[in-house]
Write a protein that binds this ligand. Structure first.
Ligand code: NPG
Length: 368
């Protein structure tokens, strides 16, 4: 299989409702898609980088630039290129994991399509459907939050994640517990909004029997999470701090987390994501699949990953309609709180040309 080049395609997708987290409000998604063209097949990848570097240092214009200037030329010059070698070939370039992930996924999809093999099977999936959670943004008021949560429970979501920040933590959690009861699987996500000095406030969440508190402290404060874990009963889950299998192993060994959120973009690709799954499983640590408001391209790959055996907790693998009125692939539709794992070759979903065209703002061809 000979690589001919990559198409870099920017699309703008409006969200069905604004999504507020402790790092800002998203009203739409400016996504960089990558199409790998080889002599045998084409494949798609999606870059998780946001428009601004507020979740991680990456941002979408920067991801496009690093792909064009450094990453794609390195792949073009590599002998015996295949998806399993992408991470090694790109290792001399520090960081830029979301950009690397998108390129690796596009190549992997092309290879698997050429061979007629589904991504889920390639990764080691053991399930044909995955249970789905939903991430609920910070709202202007508690009644508004309760309406949103009630709507998602009616749709069948099996786990609710509330975004929190200082000033919006204990009260919304208490309100959700009071209204919907103790049986709802509930967790919170702070996106680094607290410091260790807030340990006492975070311990006030303990009585509500949450599955976990996700990334309460700064991403570089792994030791702080280990100390916090001694001060709160609710299990700590890390997201932003985990950028590789090595950082996952270190955080687990330090006692900084009892659960890991795996986002392939954040860790540089689906193959590294699988290694984190393996590291966590060996240590008896539960993992679940995070989300970054993916279109159908990234969602298909996330659902495949979430079907691996160590993904024992529901992920942020919501239905497409949680974010988008119309998607660029066939939509993922919730059935009894689950999404089906695609079974077709590669990602197992197809981009819809008309839909894709209508949201495209720019395309660029980078030949290899
Ligand atoms: O379901 O795709 C989803 C979104 C889940 O809350 C979610 N994602 O901090 O985990 C997060 C947040 C996020 C969104 C992170 C966009 C980065 C980008």
């Amino acid at each position: 299989m000979q690589l001919e080049g990559f198409e870099l395609r920017r699309i703008t997708m409006p969200l069905v409702a604004p999504f507020r987290t402790s790092f800002g409000v998203q009203t739409g998604r400016d996504v960089l898609l990558v199409r790998a063209v080889t002599t045998d097949a084409e494949g798609w990848g999606e870059c998780g980088a946001l428009a601004d570097p507020v979740y991680s240092p990456e941002y979408v214009d920067g991801a496009e630039d690093v792909m064009r200037r450094f990453l794609i030329p390195a792949l073009a010059g590599a002998p015996r290129l295949d998806a399993s070698r992408v991470a090694t070939i790109l290792a001399p370039f520090k960081g830029h994991r979301m950009a690397k992930c998108a390129l690796e996924l596009a190549l992997l999809d092309a290879e698997l399509r050429a061979e007629g093999r589904p991504l889920a099977r390639e990764l080691g999936a053991v399930r044909d459907r995955v249970p789905c959670g939903v991430s609920v943004g910070i709202m202007d008021s508690v009644p508004q939050l309760l309406d949103a949560v009630g709507g998602y429970l009616d749709q069948g979501y099996v786990r609710i994640k509330l975004k929190i920040e200082p000033g919006w933590d204990v009260e919304p959690v208490r309100a959700v517990r009071e209204r919907f009861g103790d049986d709802v699987a509930l967790q919170v996500d702070a996106n680094t909004a607290y410091t260790l000095a807030d340990a006492r406030q975070l311990a006030k969440l303990d009585p509500f029997d949450l599955l976990l508190i996700e990334q309460p402290l700064d991403e570089e404060d792994v030791l702080g999470h280990a100390e916090l874990a001694q001060l709160v009963r609710t299990p700590i889950c890390l997201d932003e701090s985990i950028t590789s299998a090595a950082t996952a192993a270190a955080a687990i060994r330090l006692g900084a987390c009892r659960v890991v959120n795996i986002k392939p973009g954040r860790v540089g690709g689906y193959l590294e994501a699988r290694r984190i799954h393996d590291v966590a499983a060996a240590a008896g640590v539960a993992v679940w699949c995070g989300g970054m408001l993916e279109t159908g391209v990234g969602r298909a790959a996330n659902v495949a990953l979430a079907a691996l055996p160590g993904f024992t907790m529901p992920g942020d693998t919501s239905g497409s309609d949680r974010y988008y009125a119309s998607d660029i692939t066939e939509p993922f539709v919730l059935d009894d709180g689950h999404l089906p794992v695609p079974t077709g070759p590669g990602l197992g979903v197809e981009t819809r040309p008309d839909q894709l065209k209508s949201v495209t703002t720019k395309t660029e061809w980078v030949s290899c």
